[in-house]
Each structure stands twice: as C-alpha cells, then as structure tokens.
Write a protein that binds this ligand. Structure first.
Ligand SMILES: C[C@H](O)[C@H](O)[C@H]1CNC2=NC(N)=NC(=O)C2=N1
Length: 101
C-alpha cells in the first residue's frame, strides 16, 4: 500500500502531539538522553525491534548515553508520512520505560 506524503500543516499538527520531536532537514527527529551507555544500547535494540515490526526504519544513532532518530519515508520520495508519525509515537511509548528523556 503506497503511503501518501503529509502536508506541512498535517506534519505540524501531528508534531504538536509529539513533544521533543521536530522537523530537521526534512526528517522527523528526536534525541534522547539515558542514564548510561548500556541503557542507551538497550533502547536502540528495542527501537530496532519496533522498526522491524513496522517495517519502517529510522537512521538510529547510539552515542555514549544518547539515542537519536531521524526518519522520513524513502518510498514516498523522502516525504514525511503517517508511517514516520507512527514510528515516533511507538518510540515515545517505549522511551519512558528505558528512563530516556
Ligand atoms: C521492502 C521494505 O518494506 C521497504 O524497503 C521499507 C523498509 N523500511 C523503510 N523505512 C523507511 N524509513 N522508509 C521506507 O520507505 C521503508 N521501506
């Protein structure tokens, strides 16, 4: 099923419900800070599981105690779509359990 690009207004509306997320260079992005490198690594594994489940993948970056995501939809020509929003919401849901903020 093809995914349609969201309009700028639609992206803005959805971002209003995703504190900490923003649009940067055409990608939906957020960076989290965690309590340790191991905690950050565990969160990366959890995000990877969700990405496989959704078949939608961000550029996922592990730092010392940080996890950063940047995502857009390749199959929509790099636009932001509902799939990106869904991934962001799923990551928000799991972040608290990892002590990420
Ligand atoms: C074949 C597979 O379903 C596609 O390549 C998926 C995989 N993950 C993806 N991730 C993202 N961000 N955009 C896509 O269009 C995409 N497509």
């Amino acid at each position: 099923m093809p995914v349609e690009p969201l309009s700028s207004q639609e992206v803005e509306d959805r971002l209003a419900g995703l504190p900490g997320w923003s649009l940067d260079a055409g990608r939906l992005t957020r960076s989290y800070r965690l309590g340790s490198h191991f905690a950050a690594t565990a969160m990366v594994v959890h995000v990877a599981q969700v990405q496989e489940e959704l078949d939608h993948h961000s550029d996922l970056t592990l730092g010392y105690n940080t996890v950063a995501l940047a995502v857009h939809t390749h199959s929509a020509g790099g636009a932001i779509t509902e799939k990106d929003i869904e991934l962001a919401r799923r990551v928000e849901d799991l972040a608290a359990g990892h002590g990420a903020h």
